[in-house]
Design a protein around this ligand. Structure first.
Ligand SMILES: NC(=O)c1ccc[n+]([C@@H]2O[C@H](COP(=O)([O-])OP(=O)(O)OC[C@H]3O[C@@H](n4cnc5c(N)ncnc54)[C@H](O)[C@@H]3O)[C@@H](O)[C@H]2O)c1
Ligand SMILES: [Zn+2]
Length: 385
């Protein structure tokens, strides 16, 4: 930690990617200094703020004023909120606005929003005039701990999520944890699923911390929020530095996502939101690992308890094995027809294994039998699950 100009505790995490390296700067109320931060990056001329209607309501006036005060000419592009905005149509809207405002190669895009806005803006910056600089100002917990770091950008296709895009690293990521205070509670919890994931895949001490502080985290106390965002960014930065384009190591970030993505797609993206599906996915991928002998029961027990304590769903919805398996096969992480799954060996360490259909079916039948037994035992007591 270093003292900032404003004397607020500030931290900077370096993402090492050679010529594409950048910093994640995190500070409470950093939003007030965005103009100075952009000047420090030597951004000049025009800045295009891409945001959504929710964020515009809370922050656009303030951010625009700060940037203008620092001498920037500002154009804002406000899109509807939500995943349905993450399309090529929105990219067209951004392109039109940039052309109309005569943006140049040296102009900058600023993503003010959650993962949807960050992914759109990064992709727009990759293709406008073959590439202009962009910075991330992530506003949701998912965006602060995950999507703003690592350079995956893009939009959805009607036939699949994130099918169109580019690797494009930002010039910087500016995180102001104070912005999380306006985030809807369901979105906050969804972000916690990704935070818990970092503990499981890379840091047992961080997982312990989450277990010990979950009450304070649920109440968004400043120091716990700052710690979980910082540690999550450090882990993501480290993993991305080791494997920018997901050839190998970066795949560990997909823990919980093999089953999670399948549940999202089976629900037609109208049931669980992403983080909720990942929470259930983590619990059941850990249980699959236990079944296959990769980890002990205690991993599943601790993970389920933490997921529940964070207010996230921890139970598989009613689903048939064949439907689940088929949805798992749709995932982008499938290679030559084989489904690869990240499984824990213990809290803090994972490995990637190919899944075999018959073994996975046997595990699934075991889960169904166990859970139906639990439901029957719970009924006489009059307790519904
Ligand atoms: N690029 C990556 O590596 C990566 C990683 C993870 C997720 N993603 C993508 O990120 C998206 C999910 O991100 P998300 O969960 O941030 O979704 P989102 O951008 O849709 O934001 C969720 C909701 O919260 C609102 N919101 C965000 N910040 C707010 C704030 N501070 N105050 C009030 N409202 C706020 C938004 O308007 C939106 O309605 C998905 O499209 C996913 O594919 C990308
Ligand atoms: Zn995720």
């Amino acid at each position: 930690m270093t003292a900032s100009r404003t004397d607020k505790p500030s931290c900077s995490i370096h993402v090492e990617l050679g010529a594409r390296s950048y910093s994640i700067v995190m500070r409470r109320d950093l939003l007030q200094d965005l103009g100075e931060e952009l000047a420090r990056l030597k951004c000049a001329g025009k800045v295009g703020i891409v945001t959504d209607r929710n964020l515009a309501k809370h922050y656009l006036t303030q951010v625009t004023r700060r940037l203008k005060a620092a001498g920037y000419s500002v154009v804002s592009i406000v899109l509807p909120a939500g995943e349905r905005t993450k399309t090529l149509l929105s990219i067209g809207t951004v392109m039109d606005a940039l052309v109309d405002a005569r943006f140049e190669r040296s102009s900058t895009l600023l993503a003010l929003g959650g993962g949807v806005i960050g992914d759109i803006t990064g992709f727009a910056a990759a293709i406008y005039q073959r590439g202009i600089p962009f910075v991330q100002v992530p506003t949701s917990l998912v965006a602060q701990v995950d999507s703003s770091v690592g350079g995956k950008t893009g939009v959805d296709h009607p036939k699949g999520k994130n099918l169109i895009g580019a690797f494009n690293q930002p010039r910087a990521v500016f995180i102001d944890p104070a912005m999380l205070s306006t985030l809807p509670p369901r979105e906050w919890k969804a972000g916690l699923a990704e935070v818990i994931k970092y503990g499981v895949i890379a840091d047992a001490a961080f997982f312990d911390y989450l277990e010990r502080h979950i009450e304070a985290i649920n109440h968004l106390t400043d120091d716990t929020v700052a710690h979980i965002v910082k540690r999550s960014c450090e882990i993501k930065a480290q993993v991305v530095s080791e494997d920018e384009r997901e050839a190998d190591r970066r795949r560990i970030l997909n823990f919980g996502h093999t089953i999670g993505h399948a549940l999202e797609s089976l629900g037609g993206y109208r049931g669980f939101i992403h983080g909720e599906a990942v929470a259930v996915g983590m619990v059941y991928e850990a249980d699959l690992a236990r079944h296959l002998g990769y980890c002990g029961e205690e991993v599943v027990v601790r993970l389920r308890a933490l997921v529940k304590a964070a207010g996230l769903p921890d139970r598989l919805p009613k689903v048939a094995f064949n439907a689940l398996w088929a949805a798992m096969q749709q995932d982008k992480k499938v290679s030559a027809g084989t489904i690869y799954c990240v499984v824990p060996e213990r809290i803090g360490a994972v490995r990637i294994i190919p899944l075999e259909k018959s073994q996975t079916r046997a595990w699934f039948q075991d889960v169904c039998a166990r859970e139906s037994g639990e439901r029957k035992r719970a009924k006489p007591m009059g307790r519904a699950r």
